[in-house]
Design a protein around this ligand. Structure first.
Ligand SMILES: Nc1ncnc2c1ncn2[C@@H]1O[C@H](COP(=O)(O)OP(=O)(O)OP(=O)(O)O)[C@@H](O)[C@H]1O
Ligand SMILES: [Mg+2]
Length: 259
C-alpha cells in the first residue's frame, strides 16, 4: 500500500487568529521528517490536522489517496499513530495495559507478544508492572512511544505513519539516542514512516532525511538538514544568534548558540 500523506492548502483560523496558513506538503513512504519551528509556530496544530485529530476547515489531507475524512476512525488508527505533546490517560493503569490500549483499533484483546516486543524495543521491560502515574516524565514518554508502536504493529514490525510531538523532550541523552536509533532502524525497513516535531535542531539534523520549518503557521523552509540548518535561516525564523558547524562524526550540520 502506498502510504503517501499529502496536505493541500491547509488553513486553520481560530477566532481572529490564523494558526495555519496555506500549508501544502507531501510525506513520502520511508521518510523521516522533522518538523521544527519556534514556540507557537503551529507545529502541534499542524500535526493534529495531518493526523485527522482536527478537522480541516479549508484544504485537504489525504492518506494513500483518500481524504482523511473518508477513513473510518478504526481504519485510520491502523495506518497512523500519534504521540501527542501532552498525554494524560486519565486512569491509573499498569504500563502493560496502557501499551495494550494501542491494540484497540485491531479489535483484539491481549496480544501479549506484541506488547512484550514493543516494551522491549522501547526499553520499558522493567516498567511493565508499574502504575503509569508513578512513572517519571521520561518513563511516561517511552511508554507512550511503546503504545504508538503497538498501534501500528503488523506481523513482525510497525507499519504506517508515526507522528510524534516532541518525543525526546523528557528523555536523557542515552534515551534520546536509543529512540532516534530505534526509529532509524524501523524506518530503514521501508514500512514505517515518521514525522516528528523536534525542538533540538541538532537531533533533527542527525536524524531526519528532511526538515520542515514552520513559522507563524506557514511553512517557510524545507529540505535536507544542510539546506535548512543554516545560520541565516535560524537567525531569520528563530531570532537566535547561532553558529553552525559540522558534526565531527558525519556530514550533519550542528548548531551552537553564540555566547
Ligand atoms: N484552540 C486554540 N485557540 C486559540 N489559539 C490557539 C488554539 N490552539 C493553539 N492556539 C495558538 O496557536 C499557536 C500555535 O500553537 P501550537 O501548539 O500549534 O504551537 P507549537 O508550534 O506546537 O508550539 P510549542 O513549540 O510551544 O509546542 C499558539 O500561539 C497557540 O497559542
Ligand atoms: Mg507544540
Amino acid at each position: 500500500m502506498d502510504n503517501t500523506l499529502t496536505a493541500t492548502h491547509l488553513h486553520l483560523k481560530v477566532g481572529a487568529r490564523q494558526l495555519i496558513e496555506d500549508v501544502s506538503l507531501t510525506l513520502t513512504c520511508g521518510e523521516r521528517v522533522a518538523l521544527i519551528g519556534p514556540n507557537g509556530a503551529g507545529k502541534s496544530t499542524l500535526l493534529r490536522l495531518l493526523t485527522g485529530y482536527l478537522p480541516t476547515a479549508s484544504g485537504e489531507c489525504s492518506l494513500a489517496g483518500r481524504a482523511l475524512s473518508q477513513w473510518s476512525p478504526a481504519a485510520l488508527s491502523r495506518h497512523r499513530a500519534v504521540m501527542l505533546q501532552h498525554t494524560q490517560p486519565g486512569f491509573d493503569w499498569p504500563v502493560e495495559a496502557i501499551v495494550a490500549m494501542g491494540r484497540a483499533p485491531w479489535g483484539q484483546k491481549g496480544e501479549r507478544d506484541i506488547v512484550q516486543q514493543v516494551l522491549a524495543l522501547t526499553g520499558c521491560d522493567a516498567l511493565r508492572g508499574r502504575r503509569y502515574t508513578t512513572l517519571s516524565g521520561g518513563e511516561q514518554q517511552r511508554v507512550q512511544l511503546a503504545r504508538s508502536l503497538a498501534q501500528l504493529w503488523r506481523d513482525d514490525a510497525p507499519e504506517g505513519w508515526l507522528f510524534l510531538d516532541e518525543p525526546t523532550s523528557a528523555l536523557d541523552l542515552y534515551h534520546q539516542q536509543q529512540l532516534l536509533r530505534l526509529l532509524k532502524r524501523l524506518t530503514q525497513k521501508g514500512k514505517l514512516h515518521v514525522c516528528a516535531v523536534l525542538h533540538d535542531l541538532n537531533l533533527a539534523a542527525l536524524w531526519a532525511d528532511r526538515i520542515l520549518l514552520l513559522h507563524n503557521g506557514k511553512l517557510v523552509a524545507q529540505g535536507a538538514p544542510g539546506a535548512v540548518i543554516q545560520r541565516a535561516v535560524i537567525a531569520k525564523w528563530y531570532g537566535a544568534d547561532v553558529l553552525v558547524g559540522e558534526h565531527p562524526g558525519g556530514d550533519a550540520p550542528q548548531v551552537f548558540l553564540s555566547a
